[in-house]
Design a protein around this ligand. Structure first.
Ligand SMILES: [Zn+2]
Length: 264
């Protein structure tokens, strides 16, 4: 299977996860980020909107005629790139996110994300030039414990910092499905150098305690994240005796914990 698309026409790879959830992956960029399209009874939603190199709304419209809103896990560029395409955007309530919604991210800031080395193989033709994250002033904000309703989905907001201050996961309790964002995926998991370890530990404990959890959908590197790996992360965290994450910790194969000096 050719896993690395290089053209606008086949930039996104989709996968039916359940009868109402479709995974949308961007395998051609080294971020290998995913969005998830949820088809409700009366409206749809995408959890995150990929990097914004090519339209995500076009992909959504291939799957549903319903109006579609955005629900963001956090404000990093690779999760908000196509927010501007949608009429309604919901994101975690954090001071920085209000600025991000108003201003987006400049072409200067985004330049490194479109360097040739950031793509697997060829750089796709037709990239926005210059590439930037467009503002999305239509955004509104949610908090920990809020329930985002999209019948039959009821997404419970779990503020789960560690990767970044605003990070949220979403739990669909009746289905036992967790949208794990950048807290859970197979690859290097980046934690804020200062305070990230303690926050992440609490976030993982919280996720491990979710009643009825059956399936984890991650935001990078694959359409599924085995439950056993959540427990491996918890066990690895128990082994770390320092207050801050001082160096990279290998959990299992490509799954690592890495300290990163994030501003947010
Ligand atoms: Zn990410």
């Amino acid at each position: 299977m050719n896993r690395v698309p290089h053209a606008k026409e086949n930039w996104y790879t989709t996968k039916q996860i359940t009868d109402r959830i479709i995974g949308i992956a961007e395998w051609g960029h080294t971020e290998e980020v995913l969005s998830f399209l949820l088809i409700g009874d009366h409206e749809a939603a995408v959890i995150d909107t990929c990097c914004g190199f090519f339209s995500l709304k076009e992909i959504v419209q291939q799957h549903t005629d319903l109006p579609c809103k955005v629900i963001n896990t956090h404000q990093h560029f690779d999760h908000i790139g196509n927010n501007f395409e949608f009429d309604q955007v919901l994101m975690p309530d954090h001071p920085e996110n209000h600025t991000r919604a108003k201003e987006g991210l400049s072409a200067e800031f985004c330049a490194e994300f479109v360097e040739p080395k950031q793509f697997w193989g060829k750089v796709p033709a037709g990239l926005p030039d210059p590439f930037s994250i467009k503002p999305f002033p239509q955004a509104t904000f949610f908090k920990d414990g809020d329930i985002l309703e999209l019948e039959p989905f009821k997404l419970e907001v779990l503020h789960t910092p560690g990767h970044c201050a605003d990070h949220c996961c979403f739990y669909e309790r009746n289905m036992g499905i967790l949208f794990g964002g950048d807290n859970l995926y197979d690859g290097p998991i980046f934690l804020q150098e200062k305070g990230g370890l303690a926050e992440y530990r609490q976030s993982i404990e919280r996720l491990c305690a979710l009643p009825g959890l059956k399936q984890i959908l991650p935001s990078h590197n694959g359409f599924n994240f085995p439950m056993s790996k959540l427990h491996q992360i918890r066990d690895a965290l128990a082994e770390i005796k320092t207050a801050e994450l001082e160096e990279t910790v290998v959990i299992d194969g490509p799954m690592l914990l890495m300290p990163v000096p994030y501003a947010a």
